[in-house]
Design a protein around this ligand. Sequence first.
Ligand code: ZN
Length: 177
Amino acid sequence: MAVLKMCTYGDPILRKRAEDVSELNDDVLKYIIDLEETLSKQNGIGLAAPQVGIPKRIFLVDLRPSKEDKKIALINPEIIYRSSDIIEREEGCLSVPEVWGSVIRPESIKMKGMLPNGRIVTIRADGLYARALQHEYDHLEGVLFIDYLSTGELDKNKELLDTIIEKNRKKLDRIQI
Ligand SMILES: [Zn+2]
């Protein structure tokens, strides 16, 4: 098991579509354990593999820090239904630290995917659960919650966002030296 390093805004991996998992093998199970281990050290309720540098369609949602008893790891998830009812709620992201903003999303969804035991499941989710699943699914598509923010909210967070990008740029410079 390993606690993996978080990739933050400006890291190109966060903007790529993650690859399908073609086979449920030991590597995949290890990724899931690492995601669990990494998320447990963070104040978050979800983590997608690309956020820790693994470009695969795997994510973890664990609502227990929000006092809801929902935890799921999904492989190759698909959203098969989105409600027409939408809801606005504040979101943040471990890859965009300290930035918060209102995001409008469908209130409930149905998602299909594979569990770590190989079983294919369809889950119906609403409330925070639906929101977390959609947020993590977006990570697999290279989408970040800040993409949904209004210009006003983006302006409000501009300094923070620039700082995160600058940190990534410096990191890259160091690697290149
Ligand atoms: Zn996120």
